[in-house]
Each structure stands twice: as structure tokens, then as C-alpha cells.
Design a protein around this ligand. Structure first.
Ligand SMILES: [Zn+2]
Ligand SMILES: [Zn+2]
Length: 270
């Protein structure tokens, strides 16, 4: 299928976006120009009061902050369907950035498991490749148990460890990956095909993290009949173009409409 939705999109409300013009009206206009029919706005959120961090960078991006987007959605969305969602965070050790009650305020909740890995591994003395792989698998399973996530953002991306990306991902056994994907499928949690996970989209500054190791994982996810969604994870208008660069991988994986999470299926939303 042709990539026709963007399931993971930031705006200028996310502190990590530095482009003032990266706002819904411009995003929706561009989406309509590049053939995107559904845009899922997923700014970073950490619900005030959720334990695990007091870092202002996280806690100031609270629900009130990101819900400002509601006032920014133009009346004319250029024919693009809009979803108001979020990307929360999972810090490990049970610390999730959104409660189950608050999750219901959003159309779709993305949960990543891999922001700030470096500090966590430093604190815990985790250095070995096999232990990092084990922890990434564990985080995936844990984040599913909170019943907060509708989709897993950039699954298993070893942020901070790209110089051994292939090694880490290839250390994960197919059986362990299948266990994760079956757990997600049981709760209708979607696996994200994120532009970040393809080395050809991003300069990783290393030749030790290639597309092949990620394609192995996505092929296993496909064999498990996982639900998927596509994600630019854009932080600027220019980033939105990365989505089309993922098309050859989507073709190779033979992803079809039926493999897509229902909220992003065009025929089910019109
Ligand atoms: Zn993320
Ligand atoms: Zn993101």
C-alpha cells in the first residue's frame, strides 16, 4: 500500500521542535500536498504528578500544554483527518508518563520505551550488548501492561547506542520478539514503522546500524500479524518528507490496509 497517514507527528508545542511555523495549519496544508489523508498530532506529554521525574523539560510538557493544539486546528483542514493524540514516555521501573484515565482524553497514545536510555543504563551499570537488548525487550513488554498505549513508538530503537545498533537488535531472539508482538497484538497495540528506524533516512554517523537489522524485526512483526502505523516523527515541515522515503521498506514488508491499525484505515474513517 501507499503510505497515506502520518501516525506520529510533533508540532512547535513539543520543546524539541525549533520551527515556529511547524503548526497545524502549515502541517495539514503540506500533508494534503504529499498525499497524507490522516495526521495524528503526537506532541510529547508527561502528565503532571506522575512519578518518575521532576525534570522541567518533561513535566512542563503536561496535558494542558499540549492540549493547546485544539485551538490551533484550522476549520479547513485541507481534507485531512485530524487526530489529537500524544507521545508519552516510559522511563523503565514502572514509570509511565500518563495515567490510564488521562489516556482516554486522546485519540491515540504513543508510548516509546527508549528515550533517555543512556542515563538509565549508566545508573544501573548496564553496559553489555546482551543486557541492553534484554532491557529493551523487557521495556516493550512492561509498557504494554499499563493499558495506556495504542501504539509503540520507534520500537527497540537503541537511542544512544547506534554504534552497536546491529549488534543489539540481532541479539534479540526471534522467539523473544514474537512474544512481544503477540502481547501487543492481543491488546490491538500498533507497531510503529518510524522513519527514524531506517539508516537511509537519518545519518547515524556509523556503519554499524543498518536497515537490515530493523527489517528482520519488522518481518517478524509482520509474521505475527501485528497491526502497524506509519510515522514521520517530524519535528519540522521538512521532516514530513521522510515518510515517502520509507515506501520501499513498506513494499518489501508487503504491508496492506488490513495490517494497519483501524484508526488509520482510510476506508474505515470516511
Ligand atoms: Zn520518540
Ligand atoms: Zn516523537
Amino acid at each position: 500500500m501507499i503510505i497515506d497517514h502520518d501516525g506520529h507527528m510533533h508540532t512547535y508545542l513539543s520543546f524539541c521542535s525549533h520551527e515556529e511555523q511547524f503548526i497545524p495549519i502549515n502541517i495539514l496544508k503540506k500533508a494534503s500536498q504529499i498525499g497524507i489523508k490522516i495526521v495524528n498530532f503526537t506532541d510529547h506529554v508527561w502528565e503532571r504528578g506522575m512519578p518518575g521525574t521532576s525534570d522541567p523539560y518533561k513535566v512542563d510538557q503536561d496535558i494542558n500544554h499540549i492540549m493547546q493544539i485544539k485551538k490551533q486546528i484550522p476549520k479547513d483542514t485541507y481534507g485531512v483527518k485530524v487526530l489529537i493524540s500524544c507521545e508519552t514516555d516510559y522511563l523503565g521501573d514502572g514509570h509511565i508518563g500518563l495515567s490510564k484515565e488521562s489516556a482516554s482524553m486522546f485519540d491515540f497514545v504513543l508510548a516509546p520505551t527508549n528515550h533517555s536510555l543512556t542515563n538509565y543504563y549508566k545508573d544501573k551499570g548496564i553496559t553489555k550488548t546482551k543486557d541492553i537488548a534484554k532491557n529493551l525487550l523487557q521495556r516493550f513488554r512492561e509498557v504494554i501492561t499499563f493499558d495506556v498505549a495504542n501504539g509503540i513508538a520507534h520500537p527497540f530503537l537503541p537511542l544512544g547506542y547506534f554504534d552497536r545498533g546491529d549488534e543489539i537488535l540481532n541479539t534479540m531472539e526471534a522467539s523473544e520478539l514474537r512474544e512481544c508482538f503477540y502481547m501487543a497484538k492481543e491488546k490491538n497495540i500498533s507497531i510503529e514503522l518510524n522513519t527514524d528506524t531506517f539508516a537511509t533516512n537519518w545519518n547515524r554517523h556509523t556503519d554499524k546500524f543498518t536497515n537490515d537489522s530493523y527489517m528482520r524485526i519488522y518481518h517478524i512483526a509482520k509474521e505475527c500479524n501485528s497491526l502497524f502505523h506509519f510515522a514521520s516523527d517530524a519535528h519540522s515541515l521538512a521532516d514530513m518528507d521522510l515518510l515517502a522515503k520509507m515506501q520501499p521498506f513498506v513494499d518489501e514488508l508487503k504491508i496492506e490496509q488490513n495490517d494497519i491499525h483501524p484508526i488509520f484505515q482510510i476506508q474505515k474513517t470516511v
